[in-house]
Design a protein around this ligand. Structure first.
Ligand SMILES: Cc1cc2nc3c(=O)[nH]c(=O)nc-3n(C[C@H](O)[C@H](O)[C@H](O)COP(=O)(O)OP(=O)(O)OC[C@H]3O[C@@H](n4cnc5c(N)ncnc54)[C@H](O)[C@@H]3O)c2cc1C
Length: 453
């Protein structure tokens, strides 16, 4: 990478409707900030795109100058690939428009929109698509990596609801992906991440969603509760979702918190919640009827930006006795009171989508496991990272094939390959060879193009 000529930068900036930020510019430090406080990267340029042409200009400039390029959607990904050191960031955070076609139950979101904006726009018409549960998460990254939301039992993963996408490829071409136009690319965008280009527009199917009965319920943490939760999860209908977070209060009290949601008539929710409260008395019960958009903001405050995060993840089978002991030992040994062990219950429509709908590999896994180390201050990095790694290793015997790409950290190529499985990975490699043969988009859970001989 050679030193950048300021005149070249100026010429590029003149072509933009948006703007360029460089180290020292007002706004540069704010623009390079992402969710994970461990990520402190200093790009040479942040191109704040305001339209598709700006995206193409930024890509062309990075190629000409041989700069590594990162793509920033909502900035939530903990691996930190939305930023790079010394390279160029294609920043989409000014492209946040969401348009709803209520009659045809479709919504179009620009590449930098967040789930908060998407949910507000679609809920104005009592419609929704499964999305992330924290409103500042980007529509882009979450969708491209899969998307596990509270509507998964009824309507599948977010990416299963992606009908069409418009993207700019590494060659600067504008390409459309849909079931009619480049269907293989649409498949790849459903889980294959930001490997094929910069998606400027996502188009989703919408479903009628008026309200939900939802909220967190805190139970006293115990190993018996884990066994009960595993049984309870088997009984819930598609309308419900129940994820488990083992966490601590600020005073250090261990809790088993169920993040629950039911999307259907209020009276139909009651028997499900009665079952959940039947064996263990809640300490705090936040379940109430809410609009879906309000429910989607419930966990914003407990997900602050700036904490240091290190994640380990994999698909998991049922909580057999050994898994409960292992999970409990991991949780109980956490050095940071902010760290969590999370189980997302995978069920319903997301397991019924026809094979080949998306590139992901959840198979028949019952849970998505996330060992989520969170702490403050770099002095504590080593012990917290070690906790997550060792804890995860002790749970490996209970895992199933497949891992959720959106929760992977900075992993090896082998781990990414395993996450998708041989068959899907080979298909993704073929797509990569077609749309990004030089691996220009490589700051991601990278699909490496086959080496040409
Ligand atoms: C607090 C929190 C809550 C979360 N909740 C959920 C949840 O409920 N469900 C769930 O499934 N996941 C959840 N996630 C994980 C989330 O799906 C991923 O972190 C996802 O990558 C975030 O997308 P983003 O656009 O915000 O991230 P970014 O960091 O901006 O982007 C991540 C990567 O996506 C690619 N990318 C981004 N935008 C584009 C684009 N327009 N075109 C092409 N490539 C692009 C790039 O490779 C980039 O490195 C959560 C994460 C956090 C931190």
């Amino acid at each position: 990478m050679s030193a950048l000529d300021p005149r070249e930068i100026q010429l590029m900036a003149r072509e933009l409707r948006g703007s360029v930020l460089r180290p020292g510019d007002a706004g540069y430090d704010e623009a390079r900030r992402v969710f994970n406080g461990m990520i402190d990267r200093r790009p040479a340029l942040i191109v704040r795109c305001e339209n598709e042409a700006d995206v193409a200009t930024a890509i062309a400039f990075a190629r000409e100058q041989r700069l590594p390029a990162a793509v920033r959607g909502g900035g939530h990904n903990v691996a930190g690939n939305a930023m790079c050191d010394g390279g160029l960031v294609i920043d989409l955070s000014l492209l946040r428009r969401v348009d709803v076609d209520a009659e045809n139950r479709r919504a179009r979101a620009q590449g930098g929109a967040t789930w908060g904006e998407f949910d507000v726009a679609t809920q104005a018409h009592a419609l929704a698509t499964p999305g992330g549960i924290v409103s500042s998460t980007g529509v882009a990254g979450l969708t491209l990596g899969g998307g596990i939301g509270v509507l998964r039992g009824l309507y599948g993963l977010t990416c299963d609801n992606l009908l069409r996408a418009e993207l700019i490829t590494a060659a600067g071409d504008r390409v459309e992906a849909s079931s009619e136009s480049n269907p293989e690319l649409l498949w790849g965008l459903r889980g294959g991440g930001g490997n094929f280009g910069v998606v400027t527009t996502f188009e989703f199917a919408l479903h009628p969603v008026a309200g939900v009965v939802s909220g967190p319920i805190d139970f006293q943490y115990s190993r018996d509760f884990l066994a009960f939760y595993d049984e309870f999860a088997d009984t819930i209908p598609d309308e419900a979702s129940c994820d488990l977070i083992l966490r601590r209060t600020p005073e250090g009290e261990p809790l088993a918190t169920v993040l629950a949601s039911f999307c259907g008539p209020v009276e139909a929710a009651a028997p499900i919640y009665e079952r959940l409260r039947s064996r263990f008395q809640p300490i705090r019960d936040g379940v109430a009827p809410r609009t879906y958009a309000d429910s989607q903001r419930l966990y914003d405050q407990i997900s602050p930006w700036g904490l240091r995060n290190y994640w380990k993840t994999n698909a998991l089978g049922p909580l057999v006795a050994g898994a409960i002991t292992a999970a409990a030992e991991v949780f109980e040994a956490a050095p940071s009171p902010l760290s969590q062990l999370q189980l997302e219950h995978l069920h319903g429509a997301m397991h019924r989508t026809p094979a080949g709908t998306n590139a992901l590999r959840f198979g028949g896994a019952k849970f998505d496991l996330l060992v989520n180390a969170k702490w403050t201050g770099p002095a504590l990095d080593q012990e917290n990272i070690r906790w997550a790694r060792d804890g995860y290793a002790s749970l490996v015997p209970f895992t199933r094939a497949g891992a959720y790409p959106n929760y992977l950290f900075q992993e090896s190529g082998e781990r990414v390959r395993e996450a998708y499985g041989e068959q899907a990975y080979a298909r993704l490699v073929a797509l990569k060879g077609r749309y990004d043969p030089t691996n220009f988009f490589r700051l991601n859970q990278n699909i490496q193009p086959a080496i040409r001989v």
